[in-house]
Design a protein around this ligand. Structure first.
Ligand SMILES: Nc1ncnc2c1ncn2[C@@H]1O[C@H](COP(=O)(O)OP(=O)(O)OP(=O)(O)O)[C@@H](O)[C@H]1O
Ligand SMILES: [Mg+2]
Length: 336
């Protein structure tokens, strides 16, 4: 179709009729003619046909078209103004909602932090007395009482760890997780972690081993936090692996990084759920029939701790085949 001003005006014929510049029967005739021309392979704009057929002068047509374009232009400007107003309103609503959410989030973090701190004091007293009674110094105890006290000590320790995790989590949530880096011998650290979990692996007949290069590798990281991270990964690997399985903690070198990975041949999970496993207080099997314990805070904190180190955790898994979690930390380069 040739480029003419009339192609800018939709329903030109009707506009001309409403302005009394054209009669409906004339438009009908011109449209019939347009159809015939189109069938013969000619594409002629309706305005051109109206002029050719003598129904309207070129001048009147041009003026009518200009008026229509101006009308359309002002309608467009009006629509734009309305749109801008709506965008502005929506942005303000979103800002209010976001502020409210942030406040609630902060409230939640403060609540967790306050409750955890409040729980800590009475627990310290309970632990203190359990230790005192267990020592048998001032109060001789029977073997039966001792067994009971040991169970209490074990439970109090678990509670203590959970409270500490919650405090660490709420600190991470408000961005105040402190990282104090030093040079660490990662192979030595890995061996230490394995020793901690050897007993629980044994109860499930799971083989647990470190695979590492011969030479020690020095990395720069926060010792307590990295031990915590490795322990969480080992805890999960043992927890989510059936009896008789294996778990490998591997240390490898990759350019300037040490790659630390924990691999198991356990139950695994659907790779589609990979983002869910890092959500705090979320467990893939959240049902009451779940066989293993936990609060679902482990990996959420692992990811925040590594984040604070400028690193990140990545995972791969296949249901029924096992899982692998890995992260990188920079190797300390020796200056000669
Ligand atoms: N090695 C693994 N194999 C299979 N599933 C895993 C593994 N590690 C984590 N998951 C899945 O990811 C979820 C989240 O792990 P996370 O460590 O955060 O929580 P948890 O172990 O259930 O509880 P917590 O760590 O607080 O004791 C787990 O509930 C489990 O469904
Ligand atoms: Mg865990």
């Amino acid at each position: 179709m040739p480029l003419t001003p009339e192609i800018l005006v939709p329903r030109l014929g009707e506009a001309l009729i409403s302005e009394n510049l054209l009669r409906p029967d004339q438009l009908e005739l011109a449209l019939d003619r347009q159809k015939l021309e189109r069938a013969a392979g000619n594409s002629i704009p309706i305005g051109q046909l109206l002029v050719d057929m003598g129904f309207i002068s070129r001048d009147d047509l041009d003026q009518a078209i200009t008026r229509q374009i101006l009308k359309l232009q002002s309608a467009l400007q009006e629509a734009n103004k309305n749109l801008e107003l709506r965008v502005q309103q929506r942005t303000e609503e979103l800002e209010v909602a976001y502020k409210k959410l942030s406040e609630l989030d902060e409230l939640k973090s403060n609540f967790i932090a306050n409750v955890s701190h409040e729980l800590r004091t009475p627990l310290t007293h309970i632990q203190g007395y359990i230790d005192l009674f267990l020592s048998g110094k001032d109060y001789p105890i029977t073997d039966e009482v001792k067994q009971g006290l040991l169970v209490m000590q074990h439970s109090a320790d678990r509670l203590n760890r959970l409270i500490n995790d919650l405090i660490m989590f709420s600190a991470a949530e408000v961005g105040s997780l402190k990282i104090s880096k030093s040079n660490l011998k990662i192979k030595h650290l890995a061996e230490k972690c394995i020793q901690i979990y050897q007993a629980s692996a044994k109860t499930k007949d799971i083989s647990l081993e470190v695979v590492a290069p011969e030479d020690e590798i020095e990395i720069s990281a926060d010792e307590d936090r990295i031990i915590w991270v490795i322990n969480q990964l080992l805890d999960n690997a043992i927890k989510y692996t059936e009896n008789g399985g294996h778990v490998i903690l591997a240390i490898e070198k990759d350019a300037d990084d040490a790659v630390i990975s924990v691999e198991d041949n356990g139950v695994g999970f659907d790779p589609g759920q990979i983002n869910e496993i890092y959500e705090p207080f979320h467990q893939l099997d959240g049902s009451s029939k779940r066989k293993v314990g936990g609060t679902g805070i482990g990996l959420a904190l692992v990811s925040r701790i590594l984040d604070a180190h400028g690193s990140s955790i990545s995972a791969s898994s296949q249901p029924g085949k096992g899982s692998r979690f890995e992260f990188h930390l920079p190797i300390v380069t020796k200056k000669d």
